[in-house]
Design a protein around this ligand. Structure first.
Ligand code: NAD
Length: 493
């Protein structure tokens, strides 16, 4: 089988492979699936220049309705190329095909349609101003695009997170330079072809491949002609990027890590809670920023919930992505597995007991080179143990009992992160009360990862800066200009 080379896409064309390439392997078995052309500084410069030229050309004058129509054409092309995107996403990540089909690729098309609707319906402030001296003015705001926007995304939900940024950015009339994760270059490359097929003008969507430090990521974020940076990834990387944006005072939007809590009260519906916790701990092998890694359970039902979870974990089926029975794929890479296993070792040292999992599963000789890890639950850990405070980003959670509602709230909020929480209770007042006291960007009651694309999404503390979704995204990707028109016949002397 010929191994493809994934190329950078600049100014409407895939450009010849660069001098430098890196290898992309499949985390299911370690096999080589692609060579990836790494963008050097000149390539990044060319991408920024292409974006700037696009803004100065017809793209800069395209009507909102035409941009909305373009977004819908992109969504239609995503539907048409669904299987290509699915194949790209699944071979890069090893995630179950059913998951990628229902979540990753479907959401990519939904993102473009949602922002087409939102930009078409977007209204702007206007005020009739009446001064004490009798003069009047009409004040209104116009929205202009930010300009050339750097879009830097991680590997866990590659296409979903990328389109979550690109769709509103294009809706607002920006040009984008997208840098996908070095671990998941494929679906973004397919998307570049889709942009061309959908008739996106040259230079509006550019794609550069590479790493972070001393590579495409750094060249992009330190580029003096970038007008804004939107980033999803680790909190520490966010901090580095914030420093890179500081000299030119560029706006940043950050969706960062989490150490999300679930609170299970004794009045919860046990079956529904167990199903929900399984999704929130193990979806995508625990590699969703919203995944639960801390579960606080009221002591009266602690044993019942723990044994229910263990029984369900034993039903999880690790396996090949295309098999319908597979529930759980590998981690993204052997490097990431080292990190997860290091946390497993530390959890043991810190007094934890793996009541299920805790190691590397035997997947047989064909999959021995893959990044497999056992879905794992810990008991016996103290809330203050470092493994209960740092993001692991794997199929793992620590289970800790609590006695009172106040204690549960204070445990959940005692974290440097603030992304998501879920509250499991059948008591209506408690659901509202506790969810409202979570110091997070999103708190679910009796569910998890149920999203309305119009609602604000993001985190506080180490989990991020700003919000995405609906008008929040449109605000980030545009600059308002206030126009003030005097309605008075004379100006004061
Ligand atoms: P990461 O920070 O290592 O990398 C993310 C992206 O940043 C990659 O494209 C990478 O190449 C690039 N990058 C790395 N260093 C850079 C630098 N110095 N300058 C510019 N670019 C740089 O994150 P990851 O390991 O790919 O993703 C996992 C993390 O993402 C987890 O912490 C997870 O919680 C977080 N995440 C957050 C959300 C959210 O919405 N809050 C969603 C998904 C993932």
């Amino acid at each position: 089988m010929t191994i493809p080379t994934l190329r950078n896409y600049i100014d409407g064309s895939f450009i010849d492979a660069a001098d430098m390439t890196f290898e992309k392997t499949n985390p299911v078995n370690g096999s080589l699936i692609a060579h990836v052309a790494e963008a050097d500084r000149d390539t990044v410069n060319a991408a920024v220049k292409a974006g700037r030229s696009a803004l100065e050309g017809p793209w800069g004058r395209m009507t909102v309705n035409d941009r909305a129509a373009l977004l819908r054409r992109i969504a239609d092309r995503i539907d048409a190329r669904f299987e290509d995107l699915l194949e790209a996403e699944v071979s890069d990540t090893g995630k179950p095909e059913t998951l990628a089909r229902e979540v990753d690729i479907a959401r990519a098309a939904a993102n473009f349609r949602a922002f087409a609707d939102m930009i078409a319906a977007q209204s702007l402030d206007s005020y009739l101003t009446e001064l004490p001296d009798g003069r009047q003015a009409l004040n209104y705001a116009l929205r202009k695009p930010l300009g050339v926007v750097a879009v830097i995304v991680p590997w866990n939900l590659p296409l979903l997170l990328l389109t979550w940024k690109v769709a509103p950015a294009i809706a607002c009339g920006n040009a984008v330079i997208v840098k996908p994760s070095e671990d998941t270059p494929s679906s973004a490359t397919v998307l570049a072809g889709i942009m061309s097929e959908a008739g996106v003008p040259n230079g509006v969507f550019n794609l550069v491949h590479g790493f972070g430090p001393d590579s495409a990521g750094e060249f992009l974020t330190t580029h003096p002609e970038i007008d804004g940076i939107t980033f999803t990834g680790e909190s520490a990387t966010g901090s580095t990027i914030m420093r890179a944006a500081a000299p030119n005072v560029r706006p940043v939007s950050f969706e960062l890590g989490g150490k999300n809590a679930a609170l299970v009260f004794e009045d919860a519906n046990v079956e529904k809670t167990l199903d929900g916790l399984m999704r929130s701990i193990f979806t995508n092998t625990g590699q969703v920023c919203l995944c639960t890694e801390r579960v606080y359970i009221q002591r009266t039902i602690f044993e019942k919930i723990v044994s229910g979870l263990v029984a369900r974990v034993q039903q999880l089926k690790l396996g090949m992505p295309h098999e319908d029975s597979t529930t759980t794929g590998p981690l993204i890479s052997l490097k990431h597995r080292e990190k997860v296993l290091d946390y497993f070792a530390r959890a043991k040292e810190q007094g934890g007991t793996a009541i299920v999992g805790g190691g590397i599963p035997d997947m047989g000789p064909d999959l021995a080179g893959g990044a497999w890890v056992e879905p794992t639950l810990w008991t016996g850990l103290n809330h203050d143990a470092p493994v209960m405070r740092e993001e692991v980003f794997g199929p793992v959670a620590g289970l800790i009992p609590f006695d009172t509602e106040e204690e549960a709230i204070s445990l959940a909020n005692d974290t440097a992160y603030g992304l998501a929480a879920s509250v499991w209770t059948s008591d209506l007042e408690r659901g509202h009360r506790v969810a409202g006291r979570m110091n997070v960007g999103i708190a679910w009651v009796n569910t998890w990862f149920m999203r309305d694309l119009r609602s604000p999404f993001g985190g506080m503390g180490l989990s991020g800066l700003g919000r995405e979704g609906g008008s929040h995204s449109l605000h980030f990707y545009s600059e308002p200009t206030n126009i003030c028109i005097s309605l008075s016949e004379v100006e004061p002397a």
